[in-house]
Each structure stands twice: as structure tokens, then as C-alpha cells.
Design a protein around this ligand. Structure first.
Ligand SMILES: [Zn+2]
Ligand SMILES: [Zn+2]
Length: 397
């Protein structure tokens, strides 16, 4: 029986696991309840299991009956600090925590794929690593799992790695999307503090006002984006937090802001790292103020290997039909810590539409929204794709 049909046969159980995880979301690197649910789902399967020491990860290794390479499949498990407002019967029971990015689906689909592949253990030509990862949402859990040895879990390193991500909008349910090369952006954080000298707001000449200089820096960053970067190698800088002062008649001692910087090439990222702090400091000094400007690198660009992206596209067309997959014209400006895996192992990251049928993908609430809904109907397809990618990639040797 094709894996797709086998996945459909266990779709009910995959949905049950997904709902259980969804009702008890956990945030960050420490997800003990989610880890327990994954371990329970893998219980009895012929896999070697290890758990993380600095984070509640689960690594399961399935050794097939035949010799062959190692392939890694990854699903992330963490939720977001959002209070769910969907009203779903299986909505989060924990105020301030929600699976608003659909990682509950990834976890359940990966556990489902483990079941399907274990049932074919004897005929598998090689080894599959199942990487259940905490802390994708800003905690770099993938990097920590790499440093704890996930890429060495099978003895030899994987020849290929695949990750799936559901989306509550944009793609209709069951539609896959990937592309060769950059798939998601690098995301870095800029922290700027302009140091002035406070005083009476009516006598600014007797003080050193940090506010206008900080505003100038914010605007100059937007000019920097358009004047220093190739329009075909895009950069986004968004100041998401800006704080200064307490009231209208007091000049504050300092002004502080935070920005995110997104880029798609090492060249652009290096240039940002050099130009942003310099611009901030020099504007400050033009006003006789000192500026602390930090550029902290967070997640690198998620780069799909061209051959692996083509392979994944072929598998999608073959298993689900040519209308069920698209090659995305552009990368996504979001970021992913699966990028740390793809820095070391060639592979592909694939998006999967999970927009409910009663919503318009163009206007449906996005991932991270308190209203985001991911349809269970995507679960069987995601499970089947994980399993098919592993089986077919192992067969290639
Ligand atoms: Zn997210
Ligand atoms: Zn996510």
C-alpha cells in the first residue's frame, strides 16, 4: 500500500496526538509534557531514543534492514507566548501559550512518519534520524541539538535533511511549496541606546536630548536599506520597539530601540553587521552624543540545496499530483533555525498549506496570530511526505 494511504489510515491517531499537544502548549527549550507525549507515541517502535540534556529534545534513530545512507527528518515542538482566541474544541487550556505556529502539527506528523517507516524497517536501505526539536521560536533549539550531537546520532552523518512547516494562510490546504536556494531570511537583532543628558524640556540647550538623534537613526536605517543594498538582494529593517522618557516636560537621559534585520545572502548580512552600528554611532556623534549599537546575529538564511529541493519537488508531484506543489517564486522573510541544520547537511525545507476550507488563504489569520487555525486535513499529507522523502532518498544512496 502506498505510504500516502497508510498515512490516511492513521490520520485519526495523528490528529489525536496533535490535539493533545495543542491543548498543553509549552514555550522555549523546556517542554517536558510535549516530550512525554512524543515518547509515548514512539513507545514500542524499533527506534533508538535519546533525549537532550540542555533541552527537552527527542532523537529517534531507525536502522533499516539494508545498508545505506542516513537521512534526517525534523519537526519542531514549541509554542508561542500568545493567548489562543480560536474557540476550537481542542484550543489551548493554558492562558498565554498557544501553538500559533503549527508546531503541534509538525510533531504529530513526524511521530506518524516514524510509525509508518518503522512498519517498513526490514526493507529500508539505510537509517532515519527523527529530530524532535524544542525552542524554534527564538531559542535556537536546532543549534543546541546539533551541539548535543543530533547529526551524529546514527554513527555517520546524514546525507540529506528535510523539514516541514505548515502555514495557516497563503497556501490552500494540502498545497506544498519549496524552492532552490534561499527559502527563508536570516534574522538578526539590532539594539541601539542613545546616551544623552536629561533636563528641563523647555531648555534643551542646557541638556543633551537623545530623542531626536534616536529618531534620526531610525529613519537613516530605512535610507541605508535603499542606498547600500542591491535591490535584487533584499534587506528588511523594522524597528519594533522604541522607548524614551516618561513625560512631556522632561528630557530623558537616554533613548533605546530594538530592530530586526532580515537578509538573504552572506554579503548582505555582513554588510548589515558592519554598516548598522557605524551609522548609529556616527549620527550620535554628529550630535555630540554617545551611542551603544549592537548587532546580534540570530538565525542564518535557510538555504535549500538545489538538488534536494528539486528532489522534494519531484516527490511531491509524484505522490500528490503535479497540482499539489509549487516552486515558490520568492523566499519568505520569516526565519527558521532549521537553517543551522542546512548549513551542515544539504536538504530542503518545505511549506505545507493548512488553511481551513472555510477560510480564504489570502485573508486568513497568519501564523503567530491568536486566531490562526491549522486544519487537521494537512496532517496525513505532511506525514506521508516526511515518510516518502526518507524512503526515496535512502533508495538513491
Ligand atoms: Zn513561528
Ligand atoms: Zn514555526
Amino acid at each position: 500500500m502506498p505510504l500516502r494511504n497508510e498515512a490516511a489510515d492513521i490520520a485519526g491517531e495523528i490528529a489525536e496526538l496533535r490535539h493533545a499537544i495543542h491543548q498543553e502548549p509549552e514555550i522555549g527549550l523546556d517542554l517536558p509534557k510535549t516530550q512525554q507525549k512524543v515518547l509515548a507515541a514512539l513507545d514500542g517502535l524499533p527506534v533508538e531514543i535519546s533525549t537532550g540534556s540542555g533541552l527537552s529534545s527527542v532523537t529517534a534513530v531507525l536502522r533499516g534492514g539494508g545498508p545505506g545512507p542516513v537521512v534526517l527528518l525534523r519537526g519542531d515542538m514549541d509554542a508561542l507566548p500568545v493567548t489562543e482566541e480560536t474557540g476550537l474544541p481542542y484550543a489551548s487550556r493554558i492562558p498565554g501559550a498557544m501553538h500559533a505556529c503549527g508546531h503541534d502539527l509538525h510533531t504529530a506528523m513526524l511521530a506518524g512518519a516514524a510509525r509508518l517507516l518503522c512498519a517498513r524497517q526490514a526493507e529500508l536501505p539505510g537509517t532515519v534520524i527523527f529530530m524532535f526539536q524544542p525552542g524554534e521560536e527564538g531559542y535556537a533549539g536546532a543549534r543546541q541539538m546539533i551541539s548535543e550531537g543530533v547529526l551524529a546520532a546514527a554513527g555517520s552523518r546524514p546525507v540529506a535533511a528535510y523539514g516541514l512547516h505548515v502555514t495557516s494562510n497563503r497556501l490552500r490546504c494540502g498545497m506544498f511549496s519549496t524552492r532552490p536556494g534561499p527559502m527563508l531570511a536570516a534574522a538578526d537583532q539590532i539594539t541601539v541606546t542613545v546616551h544623552g543628558r536629561g533636563g528641563h524640556a523647555s531648555q534643551p540647550h542646557r541638556a543633551a536630548d537623545p530623542v531626536p538623534a534616536a529618531c534620526e537613526i531610525v529613519l537613516a536605517l530605512q535610507t541605508l536599506v535603499t542606498r547600500k543594498f542591491d535591490v535584487f538582494d533584499p534587506v528588511v529593517i523594522t524597528v519594533g520597539s522604541f522607548h524614551a522618557g516618561t513625560t512631556d516636560n522632561v528630557i530623558p537621559d537616554k533613548a533605546t530601540f530594538l530592530a530586526t534585520a532580515r537578509s538573504f545572502s552572506p554579503e548582505a548580512r555582513n554588510a548589515l553587521q558592519e554598516l548598522v552600528p557605524r551609522l548609529a554611532r556616527d549620527i550620535g556623534s554628529a550630535h555630540g552624543l554617545t551611542v551603544d549599537a549592537e548587532y546580534a546575529t540570530e538565525y542564518p538564511v535557510t538555504v535549500n540545496d538545489a538538488a534536494e529541493a528539486a528532489f522534494a519537488t519531484g516527490v511531491i508531484a509524484d505522490v500528490f499530483g503535479p497540482g499539489q506543489g509549487e516552486i515558490a517564486q520568492f523566499p519568505i522573510t520569516g526565519a527558521e533555525d532549521f537553517s543551522f541544520v542546512l548549513e551542515q547537511v544539504p536538504g530542503a525545507f518545505v511549506m505545507l498549506g493548512a488553511c481551513p476550507p472555510d477560510r480564504d488563504p489570502e485573508t486568513a489569520p497568519t501564523n503567530h496570530s491568536a486566531l490562526a487555525v491549522f486544519d487537521d486535513a494537512a496532517l496525513a499529507d505532511g506525514t506521508a511526505l516526511y515518510a516518502e522523502l526518507a524512503v526515496r532518498r535512502l533508495s538513491l544512496g
